[in-house]
Design a protein around this ligand. Structure first.
Ligand SMILES: Cc1cc2nc3c(=O)[nH]c(=O)nc-3n(C[C@H](O)[C@H](O)[C@H](O)COP(=O)(O)OP(=O)(O)OC[C@H]3O[C@@H](n4cnc5c(N)ncnc54)[C@H](O)[C@@H]3O)c2cc1C
Length: 459
């Protein structure tokens, strides 16, 4: 472990430590740096590069992502950070031609309806399945406060077919997760709220449409990929990043918080590491939560990009419902979405493997991963495998936290425990949503809490 860093106590300034340099930690540090006057903020990141799962890399003229491809512009907080950076010119909205989204049904690609009326003519559900969805406004809202899985919610409101062909692939695309295990209220709190507030999703859609309040918006990234957001935050001088420093222990003493071998005390500490890391750390107040934290599953994922001759893959990409029992989760037509990810002759297509139904991806050799990805992709694109050139590979042994039913109890316990230690704050995608927008929303909220704490403390 590195011990070379020494924190400097600067007279009159408040000192804040952020542990974890993914979007949650960097976002919180950035907002605090801009909003808390006189704060000196140190971010400690275990890896030699910041960003957590976010990173972009180039190879042979292609621009690839190790993790997220973008965020939705309908929610404001990531865009607000870009505004605060004054870097709006780096934003890259998805190409409007990339609207065509597909799923695999009985081994074939089927286009999802992009407008409600097209739903009736699409082959995504049978006539019976469509009729069942039309009953949705007449189904009473859920009573009782039992935490439901996404599949239970879907079957109750929309019918079995909608779960199989719509919710299952959607959940796989967002969480690489399993609809039979994930909690609706924890994973998609807005959908849960809409049912509670309007009694029906269809009624809610009609009401919100008339108010023009679409929460989704357009998939958005940056000219140089999602990694550019990380680079811009680090370069903004709002905090000091200390890469290559893993913090294992936080102690609270009379003069403040002490971290491992870092000299000097901090007035506040923000923990922004994955739940499995929190479980291994020694942190005041959180001693009794190790088992709960370690119980949050993080299945593996592999991201395998291919160069594909132009004209073969058009649209956004496809997702595969689990009933199809395939070896891949789906594929994103990355340069269809953001044209500058490909070259003049070739498109970039990214295959995803792994997730909660495919833990075997953790043990597979890299050649085997590429082999499976190319075999499946060639079949769906109807090309020979030699026409697909593999140009990279990234594997996450623990990719995305899964919010199973009952997850909210862990979040409550963590919040209670951290509140019992004034000056200690916990954030990260294990608790407040896994999307980039969720992480940046939490960044603003935690920054405000830290600011309030420090102001109250100083009064
Ligand atoms: C393949 C993939 C695709 C995705 N696609 C999308 C997408 O398109 N859109 C979207 O919105 N979201 C997407 N996500 C989800 C999103 O990227 C993540 O939820 C988000 O980036 C998590 O950020 P975080 O900072 O909370 O956690 P992390 O990124 O996990 O960061 C935590 C950091 O803490 C560090 N750390 C851990 N322990 C310590 C320690 N003891 N001391 C110091 N540092 C420590 C780690 O090294 C890491 O850098 C995707 C995720 C993956 C894996």
């Amino acid at each position: 472990m590195k011990t070379g860093y020494e924190s400097e106590k600067v007279g009159g300034l408040v000192k804040i430590a952020v542990i974890g340099g993914g979007i949650s930690g960097l976002g919180t540090a950035f907002v605090m740096g801009r909003r808390i006057p006189g704060a000196k903020i140190d971010v400690f990141e275990k890896n030699t590069t910041p960003g957590g799962t976010i990173s972009s890399y180039r190879n042979e003229g292609f621009l690839m992502e190790t993790g997220p491809n973008g965020f939705l512009s309908g929610k404001p907080t990531t865009l607000k950070i870009v505004d605060m950076l004054e870097k709006q010119d780096t934003l890259l909205p998805a190409d409007s031609k990339a609207e065509k989204r597909m799923i695999v049904k009985h081994g074939r690609l089927v286009t999802l309806p992009d407008k409600p009326l097209k739903f009736f003519s699409s082959s995504i559900l049978s006539f019976g399945g469509k009729l069942r969805i039309m009953k949705e406004p007449f189904i009473a809202k859920k009573t009782g406060d039992e935490d439901e899985t996404i599949a239970e919610f879907g079957k109750r409101r929309l019918g079995e077919q909608a779960v199989t062909w719509m919710l299952d692939p959607m959940v796989s695309g967002v969480f690489a997760g399993n609809v039979d295990k994930l909690s609706l209220a924890s994973c998609f709190p807005r959908i849960h709220e809409l049912e509670m507030e309007y009694g029906s999703l269809v009624k809610a859609m009609m009401k919100l449409r008339s108010k023009k309040a679409s929460p989704s918006g357009r998939l958005t990234s940056f000219e140089n990929g999602m990694g550019q957001l990380i680079e811009m935050m680090v370069a903004a001088d709002a905090f000091r990043l200390h890469p290559g420093i893993e913090i294992r222990e936080v102690q609270k003493e009379g003069d403040g918080f002490h971290l491992d071998h870092v000299r000097g005390a901090y007035d506040a500490v923000v923990l922004a590491v994955p739940a499995y890391s929190l479980a291994e750390m020694v942190i005041p107040g959180l001693e009794g939560l190790k088992q709960d934290l370690a119980s949050i599953p993080y299945p593996p994922m592999a991201v395998v990009p291919f160069a594909v001759k132009k004209g073969i893959a058009s649209g956004f990409g496809f997702l595969i419902p689990s009933v199809e029992k395939r070896d891949i989760l789906g594929a994103l037509y990355s340069s269809g979405i953001f044209p500058n990810r490909g070259t003049d002759e070739h498109d970039l297509v990214t295959v995803m493997l792994g997730g909660d139904r495919h833990y075997e991806v953790r043990e597979m050799g890299l050649a085997e991963l590429v082999d499976k990805a190319s075999e499946e992709l060639a079949g769906f694109l109807k090309v020979e495998r030699r026409e697909l050139e593999n140009i990279g590979l990234f594997r996450w042994q623990r990719a995305i936290p899964q919010y199973y039913t009952g997850h909210y109890k862990i979040v409550e316990k963590v919040e209670e425990a951290s509140a019992s230690v004034p000056g200690l704050f916990v954030t990260g995608n294990a608790f407040y949503g896994i999307g980039i927008n969720d992480c940046t929303l939490a960044a603003f909220k935690i920054a405000e809490k830290v600011q309030n704490y420090l102001t109250e403390d100083g009064e």
